[in-house]
Design a protein around this ligand. Structure first.
Ligand code: S3P
Length: 432
């Protein structure tokens, strides 16, 4: 069905069966970072063994944290408390991971040693001024090595103060960066977001003993907590489930049960939008573990209709917009996606990349300043498309390929290992 870095796919007649998607990427990163700052041994299950989270693991190993994997998705981590990290002997490398770069910058700003952070060719083009600004207001010494607001970042020790920060963007990475630096500050910080972004940092830090309060989209975190290790079970990633939610809806004669998917309300916009588009999606076995709600999700083929995706729901589905474009391509009528400028600064400019590649597949899609407009209903055609080394673009195009006429070849598809190493195996499993 595919070669290693150039996946070939074609139309399939149905998708049927049960799958368990890999662990949540955001929560997996945090389990390593926050576990390292807690005292005692953190036990983690359901970890995402993908390239980004392994970059985080490697960074904390370089700072003296022992992580003992008992399976690819489970480990014991010996936390050393807020002040137990060791000075790394070389520049830390985050690979492709924006979450690692931005959150770890907050932690490093509070250390009593100097450090520097870099990453791959994509990460060194993504905006870091959004964290340099608030950290500088906290009196951190953090600089872009070439002075252009981009990585590599150079961090020197300094005493930090708490801040009140009005963030221009609803970004959990910015919010979490400030929260983590505040652990080392002399007073609390308050972050006011335009809309509430994903709240995994708040939930996990509270479960470790931090004092965090949230009122609407205003978050306050107290400085200098005592963090104690705990047991963390990570749910499946709704952002990975999203590909099979859309596939189950648009491939005819399909019925897929997705087990143990995280349905945190700051992340579940994809379910709401697909249901609004007339998608047959049912949640069962809803339960809460480690403050993170999860469910089994049953999805069946449906006749979708277009919709408008905008406003406060955007941060709750920001990573799912590429695959929402695929659902919209098949839906009857028009879909408008707006208020989503943040798409321009993800692993690729996802407005440009999705418009370019879906156009090659005969989708009627155009870009706007802050989103896209899609006229649904064209028959999709197979094409030779590019991933731009963006895992979510590659997987969205793969789902489009499953309903396209003729072969689709996705160039540079290997990037999917960032968040979903077994993605093609799961397609195979469901199509047999
Ligand atoms: C993430 C936050 C989001 C998201 C990213 C993961 C996180 O980014 O797009 O994939 O784990 O905090 P922003 O916070 O920049 O929106």
């Amino acid at each position: 069905m595919f070669t290693h870095n150039n996946m070939k796919l074609n139309r399939i007649s149905s998708l049927k069966g049960i799958i368990t998607v890999p662990g949540d990427k955001s929560i997996s990163h945090r389990s390593i970072m926050f576990g390292s700052l807690a005292k005692g041994t953190t036990k983690v299950t359901g970890f995402l063994n993908g390239a980004d989270c392994l970059s985080t693991a490697s960074i904390f190993s370089h700072m003296g944290i022992e992580i003992d994997f008992t399976s690819p998705t489970s480990f014991y981590l010996k936390g050393k408390g807020l002040h137990g990290l060791c000075k790394p002997t070389s520049r830390l490398n985050v690979g492709n991971s924006g979450t690692t770069m931005r959150l770890v910058s907050g932690i490093l700003s509070g250390q009593n040693f100097s450090s520097s952070l870099t990453g791959d060719t994509s990460i060194v083009k993504r905006p870091m001024q959004r964290i340099i600004d608030p950290l500088t207001q906290m009196n951190a010494s953090i600089k872009s090595a070439s002075g252009n607001g981009l990585a590599p970042l150079i961090i020197e020790p300094n005493n930090l103060n708490g801040i009140i920060y009005h963030s221009k963007v609803a970004s959990a990475q910015v919010k979490s960066c400030i929260m983590l630096a505040t652990l080392y500050a002399d007073s609390a910080s308050t972050i006011i977001e335009p809309n509430l972004s994903r709240n995994h940092s708040e939930l996990m830090l509270m479960s470790l003993g931090a004092n965090v309060s949230t009122i609407n989209s205003t978050i306050t975190i107290q400085a200098n907590p005592n963090l104690e290790a705990t047991v963390i079970d990570i749910p499946g990633d709704i952002s990975s489930a999203a590909f099979f939610l859309v596939a189950g809806l648009i491939v005819p004669n399909s019925e897929i049960l997705l087990k143990n998917v995280g349905i945190n309300p700051t992340r579940d916009g994809i379910i709401k939008i697909l249901q609004r588009m007339n998608g047959n999606i049912e949640l069962t076995n809803i339960r809460v573990i480690n403050e993170e709600p999860r469910a089994d999700i049953l999805v069946k083929s449906s006749k979708l209709t277009g919709t408008i995706v905008d406003g406060a729901i955007i941060p709750t589905l920001i990573d799912e917009i590429p695959v929402i474009c695929v659902a919209a391509a098949v839906a009857e009528g028009q879909t408008i996606i707006k208020d989503a400028k943040e798409l321009k600064v993800k692993e690729s400019n996802r407005i440009d990349t999705m418009v370019a590649e879906l156009t090659k597949m005969n989708v009627c899609i155009s870009s706007t300043d802050d989103g896209m407009i899609i006229e649904g209903g064209n028959q999709l055609q197979g094409a030779y498309v590019e991933s731009y080394d963006d895992h979510r673009v590659a997987m969205s195009l793969a789902i489009a390929a499953l309903i396209a006429k003729g072969d689709t070849s996705i160039n540079n598809s290997e990037c999917i290992t960032i968040s979903y190493p077994g993605f093609f195996d799961d397609i195979n499993l469901l199509s047999n």
